[in-house]
Design a protein around this ligand. Structure first.
Ligand code: ADP
Ligand code: ASP
Ligand code: MG
Length: 455
């Protein structure tokens, strides 16, 4: 069995859905389970419907009608007259329900995260409804399984945590058994529900994570992430056009890159795959013959350069905490991190010296209270608009000589390094630079360390 996940652009319109159908058909002998995202842009549009309802009911309902037209348009293109009609009725009923929800938000004047998840759930439900029905008309034995009945989660709406003990038996019963009886199961990514059945979502971009959770629960032989690029590349190809596809990567490398901004993979995707040692393959649905990237525990082929890829995140806040008395005060670090932990603020990168700690955060939510408490024990400096670069490669462990050239390259281009941290696993170096220099840093680092003629 394999789990095949199709992202938003891979199901964005009728042509894309036809393509998905062809990709799945070619893999029928491997018993594919299909996990689908919402059509590209639909999740954003649904959240906008909800938020607009608070301020302008008319405009919110217009947005619903736009979504109705888009989905009905896909149906009209994919299905011949009578076959599409039942589906149109079903889609129209869902759109009417969405209208009612938008109206109720407008009347109540209140929008909770719980309601947002209900709005968001429409995207994946619509996409799987259409995709599954289309596969059936193409002669495939496709059946839709409601992910909300399988992916049980906590009630942290908009970023719910999957309940890993409860999902596997449900996945085996509701999905595995159907696969064994010859069905192609089509299910929603991103969606889940609480034990009480209240809809949740597992965080933006979470369909990759859904696929990995299901892959692990069903002991799949492979988890395939079908997207709009030729695999995990040496940098984000939308920013660095010379980015190269990476044929093979370790779980550790992929996890670092995903965490530090390589959006092609949701940062949590690797966790379930590692537990069961299931390879994750990233593939391009527009160019299905390209081998893509395979992510495994231990790569089999040596990579010719120290650096495999570079990812970066912007809008980073850097906090420097200085204790002039640190030498005398054991327990200072503990005290600092206790404050962050108590306020549930997770820290990305840390660098310490005898008298100071620098750390980075990717959002300022709730930061003010943390700062207030920190100021009681230390001097605190906050620097905003920074960018973190994460330079990754298993070979870095044996290529310490790279550090002088890394800093030399940055210095040659006048890029100042605000902070540096060597990952404990020694396969990554993280550096923090000023946000204004992020584009330049991305370009020069890639050119110097990822492009074969230079690195
Ligand atoms: P999907 O809708 O299929 O989930 P995403 O938009 O979430 O697709 O992720 C694919 C995008 O990730 C690519 O279009 C690319 O711009 C971006 N990306 C960022 N970093 C990388 C990288 N290192 N390799 C490949 N793609 C990357
Ligand atoms: N549709 C969801 C999102 O846009 C989940 C996903 O595409 O992975 O965030
Ligand atoms: Mg994605």
């Amino acid at each position: 069995m394999i789990v095949t996940k199709f992202g938003g652009t891979s199901v964005e319109n009728a042509a894309a859905m036809r393509n998905v159908c062809a990709i799945v058909r070619e893999r029928l002998s491997r018993q594919p389970v299909v996990v689908s995202s919402a059509c590209a842009g639909v999740t954003n549009a649904l959240l906008k419907v909800a938020k607009t309802a608070l301020v302008d009911a008319r405009q919110s309902l217009d947005l619903v009608e736009g979504l109705r037209r888009r989905h009905i348009g896909i149906i009209k293109e994919l299905f011949a007259e009578p076959a599409g009609q039942t589906l149109e009725v079903a889609v129209n009923a869902m759109m009417d329900e969405l209208r009612d929800l938008a109206k109720s938000i407008a009347i109540l004047g209140e929008l909770t995260n719980r309601s947002l998840d209900t709005f968001a759930s429409f995207g994946e439900r619509l996409a799987t409804l259409i995709l599954c029905e289309y596969m059936r008309t193409q002669g495939m034995n496709a059946v839709r399984v409601n992910a909300q009945e399988v992916i049980k989660t906590s009630d942290e709406f908009t970023r719910a945590t999957p309940l890993f003990d409860e999902i596997p038996p449900l996945a085996r019963k509701l999905i595995g058994e159907k696969v064994q009886s010859g069905h192609v199961v089509v299910t929603e990514g991103f969606l889940g529900s609480t034990r009480a059945g209240i809809p949740t979502t597992i965080g933006r971009g979470g369909s990759d994570y859904s696929a990995a959770i299901l892959g692990a629960a069903l002991d799949a032989e492979e988890i395939q992430i079908w997207t709009d690029v030729d695999g995990m590349m040496s940098s984000d190809p939308s920013i660095i056009p010379t980015a190269l596809p990476i044929p093979e990567m370790s779980f550790r490398e992929a996890a670092e890159l995903a965490y530090f901004g390589a959006k092609v993979l949701h940062p949590s995707t690797i966790i379930p795959a590692v537990k069961k040692n299931i390879p994750v393959r990233i593939l391009n649905s527009r160019r299905p013959h390209i081998p893509g990237t395979v992510i495994v525990g231990e790569p089999k082929h040596p990579y010719p350069r120290p650096v495999k890829a570079i990812a970066h995140k912007r809008n980073i806040t850097m906090v420097t905490i200085i204790s002039t008395r640190m030498l005398m005060m054991h327990g200072f670090l503990e005290r600092v991190f206790e404050i962050f932990a108590r306020h549930e603020r997770s820290v990305d990168v840390i660098a310490t010296s005898e008298v100071s700690i620098s750390l980075t955060l990717d959002s300022e939510e709730g930061l003010e209270v943390v700062l207030e408490e920190l100021r009681e024990v230390a001097e605190v400096e906050v620097q905003r608009n920074k960018a973190i670069f994460c330079i990754v490669g298993e070979n870095l462990r044996h290529s310490k000589g790279i550090f002088p050239s890394l800093f030399g390259t940055l210095e040659d281009h006048g890029i100042e390094v605000a902070m540096i941290s060597l990952g404990a696993s020694e396969i990554n170096v993280t550096i923090v630079v000023d946000g204004g220099q992020a584009d330049l840093a991305a370009a020069v680092l890639h050119k110097a360390f990822c492009e074969p003629e230079n690195a």
